[in-house]
Design a protein around this ligand. Structure first.
Ligand code: G6P
Ligand code: MG
Length: 217
């Protein structure tokens, strides 16, 4: 009998920074918003926002502002940023898929595993549609239904539950420190995309999905 290709039953992918590089668009939109409030914003700050949800990111930015904001003001600012972001992603296409992403999804599918998407982005469905890969996923978590963002494990646990797979049988794929922490807190194996000295909690780290080797984990 043939050995199965993987000891896992499902692979749950993050979107931004794993399948496509939307980080630059988030950067541009947050930078404009931050500067409109007199807050300095650079690439290093943007890095620290990876995987953090919209309101959480705004709170981190406004922590450096010279005044306090009401909840209504915060919602309005988050909306300004989001509309700018949506404008930026409106021209995305399959050309924005990161190298190795489709091959990785197809490998997982061919091996008979379930495939989930766990992004805290409320724009995830739009981005998947623009990339043309919506139908490659068995289940996409709707971020609007998630109460706690990463590093809380909620989103990964939801994906596993909906896929009908125990967390211990899931491989999670993430580029953000908060995301890797969420995978580990969910009791899953964490494959980090990035640098081992940054993603210290990950079980294995590769530089991009070009190096994805399902049988090796
Ligand atoms: C991802 C990105 C974050 C972004 C978050 C929310 O996790 O890595 O940078 O803030 O999604 O995205 P949204 O599209 O809902 O504003
Ligand atoms: Mg990410």
């Amino acid at each position: 009998m043939n050995q199965p290709l993987s000891r896992f039953k499902a692979v749950i992918f993050d979107l931004d920074g794993v399948i496509t590089d939307t980080a630059h668009y988030h950067y541009l939109a947050w930078k404009q918003l931050a500067e409109s409030q007199g807050v300095h914003f650079d690439h290093e700050f943007n890095e620290s926002l990876k995987g953090i949800d919209r309101m959480g990111s705004l709170d981190l930015i406004l922590a450096s502002a010279s005044r306090q904001y009401t909840p209504e003001e915060k919602l309005a600012l988050a909306d300004v940023k989001n509309r700018h972001y949506q404008e930026l992603i409106s021209t995305m296409s399959a050309a924005d898929l990161l190298p190795g992403a489709v091959a990785a999804l197809d490998t997982v599918r061919a091996a008979g595993l379930r495939i989930g998407l766990a992004s805290v982005s409320k724009n995830a469905f739009t981005v998947l549609g623009r990339l043309g890969i919506t139908d490659k996923f068995d289940y996409v978590v709707d971020a609007a239904t998630i109460a706690r963002g990463k590093p809380d494990p909620e989103i990964f646990l939801r994906a596993a539950h909906e896929l009908g797979v125990a967390p211990a049988d899931c491989l999670g794929v993430e580029d953000a420190v908060a995301g890797v922490a969420a995978i580990k807190a969910a009791g899953m194996f964490a494959l980090g995309i990035g640098h081992p000295f940054v993603l210290t909690e990950a079980d294995v780290v590769i530089t991009s999905l070009k190096e994805f080797n399902l049988a090796a984990y």
